[in-house]
Write a protein that binds this ligand. Structure first.
Ligand code: ADP
Length: 278
């Protein structure tokens, strides 16, 4: 073979390789799209029956505890409460799946307005403390108010997920410390959530914000989850103009950090002008 035909063969070979890679990538993208579409349809279809189950379970519990229905044996009441708790988890799972679909389709809309971060975090901490006796949740801050620009409902979802994880991945119980600080130079608020739980193994840390990603030790401890929460947290926080990251040592614990932009201070003159205009 002449050097020329050799060169042609090589370039044909690389063209063929490029074509195969292209087809592979296209097939992968199509598989991803179908997976997203399936998740969306499944979540949408699950929503109504799950809401019906939850409604009836709660109605039965309410009626029985108010003495309006037939008296139930302890095991029957326990069974009802188990159904109720399972449906609460199903509702949360369905909502997470719907959020993933909304994100993929660019339909997760955020409604940002100035709000007090300290009050919001305090509310979440108080609510979550009621769900556990094994853990002590504490909030540390020297600030009485800190106004951030955010979507309060979505921010509450993120904080709930990170604090719930701190509790869930500390199966032996223990303290969970939440702190809020202000960095006035960078114009950001920083929240940290520290636990003393099972930690995240070093080799799995780089992928932990991925979709459906769970660390091996979570499964080994038999702690249930979907690996969707942190993915959603990062997407939401970054859309709010902030960041989320963590430091973790296996068998020692983890600290998750979140930042958010502070709201622009409102000029008192502007408020006066607005009042006059009204
Ligand atoms: P999950 O539903 O599995 O809890 P997340 O997306 O919230 O999903 O978290 C992803 C994975 O990250 C978890 O499965 C767990 O392996 C790990 N993880 C998250 N938070 C913690 C934590 N505080 N301590 C230890 N592991 C954690």
């Amino acid at each position: 073979l002449s050097p020329l035909s050799n060169a042609t063969e090589t370039s044909e070979g690389s063209e063929l390789a490029a074509l195969v890679v292209h087809q592979d990538v296209t097939a992968l993208k199509e598989a991803e799209r179908l997976k997203d579409e399936f998740i969306g349809i499944a979540a949408h279809e699950l929503r109504t029956p799950v809401a019906v189950l939850k409604g009836y379970a709660q109605m039965l519990i309410r009626q029985t505890t108010r003495g309006r229905g037939p008296e139930l044996a302890d095991w029957q009441m326990e069974a009802l409460q188990n159904i109720d708790q399972a449906t609460v988890r199903l509702v949360a799972l369905t909502e997470d799946l719907l959020d993933v679909t909304r994100l993929q389709a660019g339909r997760l809309h955020l409604l940002c307005e100035p709000g007090d971060l300290i009050a919001l975090v305090r509310r979440v901490v108080t609510r979550l403390q009621m769900t556990t006796e094994q853990h002590t949740l504490s909030l540390h801050t020297s600030l009485s108010h800190l106004i951030v620009e955010a979507d309060a409902q979505r921010l509450e979802q993120v904080l709930t997920n990170v604090i719930t994880n701190a509790v869930k991945y500390s199966p032996q119980g223990g303290p969970v410390e939440i702190a809020i600080e202000e960095d006035s130079e960078k114009k950001i608020a920083q929240i940290s959530v520290r636990d003393h739980g099972i930690g995240i193994p070093q080799e799995q840390q780089p992928r932990i914000f991925g979709r459906f990603v769970r660390a091996e030790n979570a499964n080994a401890y038999g702690i249930t989850g979907t690996g969707l929460g942190l993915y959603l947290c990062r997407e939401i926080i970054e859309r709010l103009g902030g960041h989320i990251w963590f430091e973790s040592v296996e068998n020692e614990g983890s600290t998750f950090f979140l930042t958010l932009p502070l709201a622009e201070p409102i000029e008192t003159d502007a408020i006066e002008q607005q009042k006059e205009a009204n």
